[in-house]
Design a protein around this ligand. Sequence first.
Ligand code: PLP
Length: 407
Amino acid sequence: MSLFGEVPQATPVAVFKLSNDFKDDPNPMKVNLGVGAYRTDEGQPWVLPVVKKVEKLIVADNRLNHEYLPILGLPEFRSSASKIALGEDSPAIQENRVGAVQCLGGTGALKMGAEFLRRWYNGNDNMKTPVYVSAPTWENHNSVFANAGFKDVRPYKYWDAEKRGLDLAGFLGDLETAPKHSIFVLHACAHNPTGTDPTHVEWMQVAEVMERRKLFVFFDSAYQGFASGCLDKDAWAVRYFVTQGFEMFCAQSFSKNFGLYNERVGNLTIVARDADNVRRVLSQMEKIVRVTWSNPPSQGARLVAITLNTAELFAEWKDNVKTMADRVLLMRASLQAKLQALGTPGTWDHITQQIGMFSFTGLNRVYTHTHTHTHTHLLSHHIRCCYCLLSVLLPGDSLYLYVQYQS
Ligand code: PLP
């Protein structure tokens, strides 16, 4: 009997399982719509031209070495990453009350934030502090907070399936009734998986309730640039909350907007009342990092820092981001046009109204089987109403769609 004989088989992570099934399928007409990763017209990953350029600069720079970074990460990465979230002229940056922790991807930034909050936010019994995540949300939100020790991770109303849009009244209602000091995880832009963000006026309403009810703002910014093609526009909500005086966290991922998925580049931006609070928070963050990964990796952070801190490279990166965002918009328009041209029943305006990498198509399992099969000859293995639109193409004949199913 093995020492591990009692270990139960865990269920695979759905989106990675789907990618493996996809890889194993010999059908040339297959399309993977599951994973949130940008693809070219050829269905291939895209290394951003600016990334290739900066990689060469790094290789050529013989002053660089592989010494440990500071525990909190590369200083020029942390400050420039926070700057693109909060804006060049952010009052919080000018007032010296912003800090940052370099993290392993956006997931690492959420994890650091969650670990800190569980230790230091809202008094002694803080494991009971409710953490609210949108319904639906990126599946990992629930587990990251639960694994950090929070006992009460709950959904807040977000998506109205009937009208295929934001359930503003439900969202505001949940904010109104949440216990004081509850933590709310807010998608900064390009909500995953609905592709539906609050408007500016709706964000203002959200902020008003959160301020009045003393709720903690934890932004997750994994798609800055993907919603509109413009970094500043996509950071509007985060920056608005800062102008309203919130102390808050913002987890940033550079996986998507730099195409650096496997380099694990993330940043946790902390906005506090004053410099002294930032200093103490960072001192505790350092303790948490030390027992988690001890020290962050440098390659991706260096690459992002050089890009953000060099005017021409920064401009080129913004251009690359726009290329990706524009292609996503084009895919949306093409999908909508094709569905309409095929006379697919229903209305399809939501395909182009939604933004970012993800879309709730409104298709469900039965619908997809009956209607897409008969009307558009789509065959489907795993059907979900959420499609990642990066590589959508709808040829006239059979197409195997690999998509996640959400009941
Ligand atoms: N947050 C959201 C909403 C995401 O969709 C993702 C990735 O899919 C992440 C965070 C994590 O990104 P990373 O791969 O940088 O950990």
